[in-house]
Design a protein around this ligand. Structure first.
Ligand code: PLP
Length: 362
């Protein structure tokens, strides 16, 4: 009996990408086996976390790394690290930030919602957010004006397809912060494959998700400078207690990192590209549909399938209402566009998506 049958759960086809309400990603057999092996065992957690730090540092080139519960937790704990510096008294005091620098500068176009707003993720540490610029653009001058204010704890930037407005030159923004002695954090949750590039911007801490493109159990990876990563870990004895990584998650991250290093990325990218091209060719035979492959806007080596259809909202609703339900990206339905991500889908699921598109559209 499958796990879905056993607990009376819907089997779904997830073409929506690394989406939390659908379970984000599929872990490999090797990662699942490592997690299963970890569950019945005891460990010295500090040792496990040291091994994770070494592995993250080795694969990213950062000085140190930490595993936290998830990227959202990473946002809160990275901010806490910049406010407390890991000092035990301050760590115990949060979210009371009396006598700490507690202002976080964030470009207004980097306010994103991944289930909740990152503004809340920042405020959860006790910090206040000062937005720079507006939803359409944040210039360097806008950022400098906020960074020049009093009590700035850090600059927070987001690298994601969810940001709006004109792209921001991350390296230049970070330089502006560093000129004022202010550390910078980048939330690049869905960009594990680009973590080295994000660190190369000069960011002091980079946050990525373990469960998105790395395929680990739910976990956030923090990579960056030695002192700030230690300050993130120090939050375990403070607000980090409610966001702790589990032993099985840390082991899962270690196994996923090992697998990531062993895999032939060039071949992986070529295979994914071929999958998208074949799907686009097949969909283009359906009358009344315009289909193209679109690259990820943030430079991730993942293409998605863009469908232009009449009444995209109805199509998405019908796909979700079928059996099994098919979930696609619907953030652009108002422009009659649907987007599909094929990365986790197998040949059988892709065939099922094609058959349903034919049925719904003709
Ligand atoms: C998904 C996402 C998050 C949250 O990641 P979790 O690991 O699920 O907490 C944070 N920021 C951005 C930009 C995201 O895309």
């Amino acid at each position: 009996m499958s796990i879905h049958d056993r607990y009376r759960l819907s089997v779904v086809i997830n073409a929506r990408g690394t989406y939390t309400p659908l379970g984000v990603s599929r872990s490999s057999d090797a990662v699942a086996a490592a997690v299963a092996e970890a569950l019945p065992e005891f460990f010295v957690l500090d040792e496990l976390r040291d091994r994770a730090s070494e592995a993250i540092a080795q694969i990213t080139g950062a000085q140190a790394g930490a595993v936290v519960h998830c990227t959202a937790a990473g946002i809160t704990l990275a901010v806490a690290a910049t406010m407390t510096g890991g000092d035990p008294r301050r760590t115990a005091a949060l979210p009371d930030t009396t006598d700490m620098h507690n202002r976080v500068v964030l470009p207004a176009c980097h306010v994103v919602d991944y289930g909740h707003s990152n503004l809340q993720g920042i405020r959860l540490a006790g910090a206040q957010v000062d937005l720079a610029g507006d939803e359409d653009a944040c210039t360097l001058a806008d950022l400098e004006a906020e960074l020049d204010g009093p009590d700035v704890a850090c600059l927070m930037l987001v690298s994601s397809r969810l940001t709006r407005g004109e792209p921001i030159d991350l390296a230049a923004a970070i330089k502006a912060a560093h000129r004022r002695g202010v550390p910078a954090i980048i939330d690049g949750a869905a960009q594990f494959p680009q973590i080295a590039d994000l660190l190369a911007t000069g960011a002091d801490l980079v946050l990525v998700s373990g469960q998105k493109y790395l395929g680990s159990p739910t976990a956030g990876l923090v990579a960056g400078s030695w002192p700030l990563v230690q300050a993130v870990r120090a939050q375990d004895k403070g607000i980090g207690r409610v966001m702790k990584p589990t032993k099985e998650a840390i082991i899962g991250v270690l196994a996923a990192l090992e697998e990531w290093q062993a895999i032939d990325r060039v071949k992986w990218q070529a295979d994914e590209r071929a999958k998208v091209d074949a799907f686009v060719a097949a969909v283009s035979r359906i009358p009344g549909i315009v289909v193209t492959a679109v690259p990820d806007p943030t430079g991730l080596q993942v293409s998605r399938v863009l469908l232009k259809v009449d009444d995209a909202k109805r199509i998405a609703t019908e796909l979700e209402a079928g059996s099994p339900p098919i979930y696609v990206m619907t953030d652009r339905v108002d422009d009659d566009e649907l987007m599909l991500e094929l990365v986790p889908l197998n040949a059988e699921e892709i065939a099922a998506v094609l058959a349903r598109l034919w049925a719904v559209l003709t």
